[in-house]
Design a protein around this ligand. Structure first.
Ligand SMILES: C[S@@+](CC[C@H](N)C(=O)[O-])C[C@H]1O[C@@H](n2cnc3c(N)ncnc32)[C@H](O)[C@@H]1O
Length: 334
């Protein structure tokens, strides 16, 4: 057989180890680290570009059933770097957690965060202490005990499985959404399909914090926000218990670890989303779930009201553009 006249490409085994492993290592780097690495040589620049392109095509790192693209028609402003979780996690005691993002190997396995869901009250499938024992809960479930302002659904304490029709929270984002850059509000979330009034969209996932830790981070975030170019996603939810005398407080911080809900911006008119706490049978903590409060068209921005309280003299400016805009974003001392 004749020798090929054009020399074959250099075998990858002759490349330095760093270059051979680039496809494996680069997905673990942050956007700024990737930018720095890409300057080193042509090969790393090529791998960096393909990792960044894959990141832009799915913010969820393949953890959601549908990809969630980042779209920036305004320029090359980098997306906010955060680690992805589909559920509430107990604030991990790790200083610099890493999560692959933009890997060419598709993996749908959830990162091993300590999930708040796992801190359950159940004894096991079919032997639930606080959950239902039904096996198929479609069309009515004993878990639904009629409490109106807190939803109920099947969960780890039930005998039914993940396919049960009475589980919405914790199953990921099943509607098409996209993350889009806005000049004044930063990144925001838009519908990428028609969404019917009442449909479930997603839960607000992030780190579950103690109130002390939430107060510490709040102070820190306020300082960073006042210097500009920083968006915090620390949400405080208060659930009034039936007695009316006590209230359960949830501090969920999606700034460093969160899901798509961390991109939902505020609107003074209440926007098109409403929130509801939903308790999964057998789970200790409720899910903060977002539902469509009206029919939502393709390309409409998804927004909700961050709250009513504005007790800061120099609150951040609000650009919600609604006729009843208050001028500043809601904020309160945590
Ligand atoms: C939960 S994050 C929402 C995502 C954020 N826009 C981003 O780029 O990551 C909340 C932050 O978004 C910005 N934001 C949200 N709603 C806004 C609005 N109506 N007007 C101006 N900024 C807004 C503020 O910086 C706020 O602290």
């Amino acid at each position: 057989m004749a020798e090929p006249s054009v020399p074959l490409k250099r075998s990858t085994t002759q490349e330095p180890l760093l270059l051979q492993c680039a496809e494996l290592v680069l997905p673990y780097l942050t956007p700024s680290e990737i930018a720095a690495v890409s300057l080193a040589c042509k090969r790393l620049s090529t791998v960096s570009r393909s990792v960044t392109a894959r990141r832009a095509s799915d913010a969820s790192r393949t953890l959601e059933p549908l990809p969630v693209p980042f779209l920036n028609a305004l320029g090359s402003h980098p997306y906010a770097h955060f680690l992805y979780t589909r559920s509430l996690v107990l604030a991990p005691p790790l200083l610099h957690p890493r999560q692959p993002w933009g890997s060419s190997v598709i993996s749908s396995s959830e990162t091993a965060w300590p999930l708040a869901e796992d801190v359950g009250l159940a004894c096991g499938p079919g032997r639930s202490r606080v959950g239902c024992e039904c096996r198929s809960c479609v069309g009515g479930c004993p878990c639904d005990d009629g409490v109106e302002d807190v939803g109920r659904e099947c969960g780890p304490g039930c005998g039914c499985g993940p396919e049960c029709g009475n589980r919405v929270a914790g199953n990921g984002v099943k509607v098409k959404v996209k993350i889009v850059r806005d000049e004044r509000k930063g990144w925001g979330l838009k519908a990428d399909q028609f969404i019917r009034k009442g449909d479930f969209l997603f839960e607000y996932a992030g780190e579950l914090l103690t109130t002390k830790e939430a107060q510490r981070r709040h102070q820190n975030y306020d300082e960073l926000s006042s210097q500009g170019h920083f968006s915090s996603a620390l949400l405080v939810v208060r659930e009034h218990l039936p007695s009316g005398k006590a209230c359960l407080r949830l501090n969920i911080d999606a700034t460093r670890i969160g899901n798509v809900a961390r991109f939902v911006n505020h609107s003074c008119d209440g926007g098109n989303l409403s929130t509801k706490l939903v308790r999964s049978s057998g789970a200790l903590f409720p899910h903060l779930c977002f539902f469509a409060s009206k029919d939502i068209q393709v390309d409409e921005e998804l927004t909700f009201s961050y709250g009513e309280i504005r007790n800061r003299a120099n609150g951040l400016p609000c650009f919600c553009n609604s006729p009843c805009c208050f001028g500043t974003l809601p904020s309160e001392d945590t």
